[in-house]
Design a protein around this ligand. Structure first.
Ligand SMILES: Cc1ncc(COP(=O)(O)O)c(C=O)c1O
Length: 349
């Protein structure tokens, strides 16, 4: 497929039918973007800011991220001739750091935590930096409506490929990808069932905050403005061991080398494929490649150091009331909708 530049090469990702028992299960390989899923967000946010005049030609872009958003902003920002400043902390993985520097970004690594840990240290550094960089633009993925808006293209690709989607599964961090894709799909598919995947110890769906979570990309200690709870019908939580084991299973069973959020959505997708009625089309969004996780998720030494084998690992999820604190794979229906077709499919014929 010919593209005139790297920005045009964002999106148009493969949709792959997975070898899973049960109904039609598909992986949307956002990990096949030039860097990862957030390339779409960076393109939308940066182009909209240039269009509105908030970002002038040649002005700096400043973002706090150590993952996919940093890479997307690095790609789009530098391609359009903006100096890109990324504020991060010492937990950044070496592969992302190498990629950011190779693209010519200025990477600012804060040295110590402040009152609210690394997050506040990064935001304080970002504010200091912006004071020295007049005209700088801050994408703010957690609240910028151009984040969910970026996924209209993803929804259009799914419709073009499948014609119809019954169930959409995605990890929730800022909320942009799952809520943005679901809202765009519901314009033509109002019955779409939306399943969010989070980690144990994240507050997004009302669980108590548990610092020290090992899973990256999903979960949060605050509820981001871009999480639109009204479009999410079902929520699953996995603990660190379950998420990492599922990531290894995704590679071994489906030949997809992904990050831990792809592993978690794969676990939930496999479960849904087994309990949904025949003919249901289920799509899971797989956000990034596994290379950044070589020394963690995929490394036995890391497993031993973090004593991951000591955590419980469930073979199937347990339904819990939305208010119950969870420790392993669990799910709930946070809204008023119920999946009647699934109940019917589970009844003996
Ligand atoms: C690897 C990965 N997966 C999933 C997510 C969650 O996506 P969103 O922020 O759109 O909720 C992110 C977010 O940064 C991510 O980096």
């Amino acid at each position: 497929m010919l593209h005139q530049d790297m920005i045009a090469a964002i999106g148009h990702t493969p949709l792959v039918r997975l070898a899973l028992p049960g109904t039609g299960a598909y992986a949307k390989l956002e990990l096949q973007n030039p860097f990862a899923m957030k390339d779409r967000v960076a393109r939308q946010v940066v182009l909209a800011a240039r269009e509105s005049g908030e970002l002038l030609p040649g002005a700096p872009i400043v973002e706090s991220s150590s993952g996919t958003m940093a890479l997307g902003v690095a790609l789009v920002g530098t391609a359009l001739g903006h100096p890109v400043h990324i504020v991060t902390d010492p937990r950044i993985d070496p592969i992302t750091l190498t990629k950011l520097r190779a693209l010519g970004c200025f990477v600012h690594i804060v040295e110590r935590m402040t009152a609210q840990g690394w997050q506040s240290a990064r935001l304080e550094r970002l504010a200091e930096l912006r004071a020295t960089l007049p005209g700088s633009f801050w994408p703010q993925q957690y609240s910028n409506p151009d984040n969910p808006r970026a996924y209209r293209t993803l929804a259009e690709e799914l419709i073009a490929d499948l014609g119809h989607v019954d169930v959409l599964v995605g990890a929730v961090g800022s909320g942009g990808s799952l809520c943005g894709t679901a809202k765009a799909l519901r314009e033509s598919l109002p019955e779409l069932w939306t399943v969010g995947v989070d980690c144990v110890g994240s507050v997004i769906f009302g669980q108590p905050d548990r610092p020290g979570r090992l899973q990256g990309g999903l979960g949060n200690s605050l509820v981001p403005a871009n999480v639109d709870h009204s479009v999410i019908d079902e929520v699953h939580w996995l603990n660190d061991r379950e998420a990492f084991e599922s990531t290894l299973a995704l590679a071994a069973e489906q030949q997809i080398f992904g990050g831990n959020t792809s592993g978690s959505v794969y676990r939930v997708l496999s479960h849904l494929a087994a309990v949904e009625p025949p003919g249901t089309k289920i799509v899971a969004i797989m956000a990034d490649r596994g290379d950044r996780y070589a020394a963690t998720v995929y490394d036995e030494t890391h497993w031993l150091e973090k004593e991951l084998h000591r955590l419980p690992a469930a073979g199937a999820p347990v339904e819990v009331p939305a208010s119950e604190t969870v420790h392993g794979w669990s799910y709930c229906f946070p809204g008023s909708r119920r999946r009647e077709s699934r109940c019917a499919a589970a009844l003996p014929s």
